[in-house]
Ligand binder design. Structure first.
Ligand SMILES: [Fe+2]
Length: 190
């Protein structure tokens, strides 16, 4: 396949960028597969929890689905902890970044803030304020983030729960991640 010939951007041509754009569109179409392959990497990562992070993600999504959440929210639930291995101290940013071009900004906010909201259930064990999330009570995504954490995320550590498989969720992830990304934004990530 053809490649651009420049050695620096300020020497590039329209033809170079046409070639790059062609490659980029092909590569982007495989994003859902790569994201789900990364989710598989969380298999076996227990870190003292009763289930590994992979099962936790699947179970959070399963609980959301069975509670009637829409497809976009289920995908957020599936991916919300995907950054655990890459950014253990800032993991929510990874999922928020993956989802941000494709989902409602309020759902991006929900994913980005889920750790603080989830802390309602354990921060006191660390001598921290479990009610810290109340600072966001007036935020339009407050209620959905509380629901996400209280009803799906914090209770998704049950090894005996009938958790759905990754393959069940794959078409949902493919549909959400193939939506048109940010309108009117440059398509390449140089
Ligand atoms: Fe979680």
């Amino acid at each position: 396949m053809k490649q651009a010939t420049f050695t620096r951007f300020d020497h590039s041509s329209a033809q170079d960028w046409s070639i790059i754009d062609h490659h980029f569109k092909q590569y982007r179409s495989g994003a859902a597969d790569r994201v789900l392959m990364h989710l598989l990497r969380l298999k076996g990562d227990n870190h003292g929890y009763p289930v590994d992070r992979y099962t936790h993600c699947l179970q959070t999504a399963t609980r959301a689905l069975r509670d009637g959440a829409d497809e976009e929210t289920v995908v957020c639930a599936l991916l919300h902890d995907i950054g655990d291995d890459l950014a253990p101290d800032n993991h929510a940013e990874i999922a928020a970044g993956i989802l941000e071009p494709f989902v409602d900004p309020l759902n991006v906010w929900m994913v980005r803030h889920h750790e603080l909201f989830q802390g309602y259930h354990y921060r006191h064990f660390y001598g921290q304020d479990p009610h810290a999330r109340e600072a966001y009570r007036e935020h339009p995504a407050y209620a959905r983030t509380v629901r996400f954490c209280d009803e799906w995320d914090q209770c998704a550590f049950d090894p005996d729960y009938d958790t759905l498989s990754l393959e069940y969720f794959r078409p949902m992830v493919e549909r959400v991640l193939s939506r048109p990304p940010f309108d009117n934004e440059p398509q390449h990530n140089a």
